[in-house]
Write a protein that binds this ligand. Structure first.
Ligand SMILES: O=c1[nH]cnc2c1ncn2[C@H]1C[C@H](O)[C@@H](CO)O1
Ligand SMILES: [Zn+2]
Length: 339
C-alpha cells in the first residue's frame, strides 16, 4: 500500500481545528503583515508549533495554541487561515471537511463573534471556489470560558445554522472540566436543534461520553476512554454514535500511551461507527494521509477498510441526505479499483 495512493483517494474529515492547523509559513506571513515579529526563527517555528514527542497531557498539548492565537485577531488573518486550510486538504483530496474553531479565542482585539464567523465562512468559500473542496464550520465553546460566553457561541451557532455553520462542540481541558458542567449549555443547543459533536473521553473518563450522548451528541471527539467501559461502549453502538478518532493526537495528549492500548481494532470489531481525523494538522504535525498510513502500518488495514471509515464519516457529517449520497457515490467509485 502506497502513501501516494492514500493521498490520491478521496477522504472526509469531521474533526479538524482551524487554529491548530495554521502552517508555519502562513503564521510568518501574518506576523510580518501585522508588524508583530515571532519570537522564533523560521527554522525553529515548525517544532515550536508542534506538540512535543514527550508531551505529558492534553493541557500541555493545548499550550501550543498560545503561540498562534495572538496573530488570529483580525478578519483578514482568519479568512486567510481558513482559505489555507482548504488548500492544505485539497492537496490530499479531502472531498468534504468540517472545520472547528472557538470564535471567542479570536475576539481578543475587538472582533465580534459575527465578524469572526463570517471571516471563516468567507475563507472556506474562497477555498471551495479555488480548490473545489466542500466544507462547513463547527463552533466550539471552551471549557474554561464562562457559561455566558459559551451561551453566546451557542446563539451564534443557531444564527448561522445551515449558512456555513452546521454544529456545536465543546473543546479544552476535559480533565479539569467534566461534561456535566455543561448540561445547561448543551440542553440549550439541543433546544435550537443544533447538531452536536462534543470532545469527550479524551482524558480517561468514559462517563463524559455517556453524559454527552445522553444530552444529544450524535458524534464524540476522541471517545478513547469508552474502551475501558463495556456498558458505555455498548450504548454508543446502540445509538450509532460516530467516534471521531485522531490517532496521532491521541498519543500526544496521552489519551493512550501504548500502541497495544489504542482501541482502533476494539472499536472496529465492536461495530462502532468510527472515523479518522487529524485533530490539528500543525500541532499534531499530520495529515489524513499520514493518519491512514499509520493505521495501515499498525493494523494492516486495507483500502476497503479505509473506504468504510470514510463512509462512516459521511454518515456522521452534519449535511443533507442528498449531499451524503453524493459523497457515498464518490467514495464507492474512487475506491472500486483498489479492492
Ligand atoms: O484534542 C483536543 N481536545 C480538546 N481541545 C482541543 C483539542 N485540540 C484543540 N483543542 C482546543 C484548542 C483550540 O484553541 C480550541 C478551538 O479550536 O480547541
Ligand atoms: Zn479536537
Amino acid at each position: 500500500m502506497e502513501e501516494q495512493i492514500i493521498q490520491h483517494l478521496p477522504k472526509i474529515e469531521l474533526h479538524c481545528h482551524l487554529d491548530g492547523s495554521v502552517r508555519p509559513h502562513i503564521l510568518e506571513r501574518l506576523a510580518q503583515e501585522q508588524g508583530n515579529p515571532l519570537p522564533y526563527s523560521s527554522a525553529e517555528l515548525a517544532s515550536k508549533l508542534t506538540a512535543p514527542e514527550d508531551c505529558e497531557s492534553l493541557l500541555e498539548y493545548l499550550e501550543r495554541f498560545d503561540i498562534v492565537l495572538p496573530y488570529l485577531q483580525t478578519a483578514e488573518a482568519i479568512e486567510l487561515i481558513s482559505y489555507d486550510l482548504i488548500e492544505q486538504v485539497a492537496e490530499e483530496n479531502v472531498a468534504y471537511i468540517e472545520v472547528r474553531f472557538a470564535p471567542l479565542l479570536f475576539a481578543h482585539q475587538g472582533l465580534t463573534i459575527n465578524q469572526i464567523v463570517e471571516a471563516v465562512i468567507a475563507g472556506l468559500k474562497r477555498g471551495e471556489e479555488v480548490f473545489g473542496v466542500k466544507s462547513n464550520a463547527l463552533l466550539c465553546g471552551m471549557r474554561h470560558h464562562t457559561n455566558s460566553d459559551n451561551k453566546a457561541v451557542v446563539e451564534a451557532t443557531k444564527n448561522y445554522l445551515n449558512n456555513g455553520v452546521v454544529g456545536f462542540d465543546i473543546a479544552g481541558d476535559e480533565a479539569q472540566f467534566p461534561a456535566d458542567l455543561y448540561t445547561d449549555l448543551i440542553t440549550l443547543a439541543k433546544k435550537y436543534a443544533i447538531p452536536l459533536t462534543l470532545h469527550a473521553g479524551e482524558c480517561g473518563c468514559p462517563q463524559n461520553v455517556l453524559t454527552s450522548i445522553k444530552l444529544g451528541a450524535t458524534r464524540v471527539g476522541h471517545g478513547i476512554a469508552i474502551a475501558k467501559d463495556d456498558a458505555i461502549l455498548a450504548e454508543c453502538k446502540e445509538r450509532g454514535t460516530v467516534i471521531e478518532m485522531c490517532p496521532t493526537s491521541n498519543f500526544q495528549t496521552k489519551a493512550v500511551t501504548k500502541l497495544e492500548d489504542y482501541p482502533f481494532k476494539k472499536f472496529m470489531d465492536a461495530g462502532l461507527n468510527i472515523c479518522i481525523n487529524t485533530d490539528n494538522r500543525t500541532v499534531s504535525n499530520t495529515t489524513l494521509t499520514k493518519e491512514y498510513t499509520k493505521l495501515h502500518k499498525w493494523y494492516n488495514i486495507d483500502y476497503r477498510c479505509m473506504e468504510q471509515l470514510n463512509h462512516n464519516a459521511v454518515n456522521g457529517a452534519f449535511i443533507s441526505d442528498n449531499e451524503k449520497e453524493q459523497l457515498h457515490t464518490l467514495l464507492k467509485t474512487a475506491y472500486y479499483d483498489y479492492k
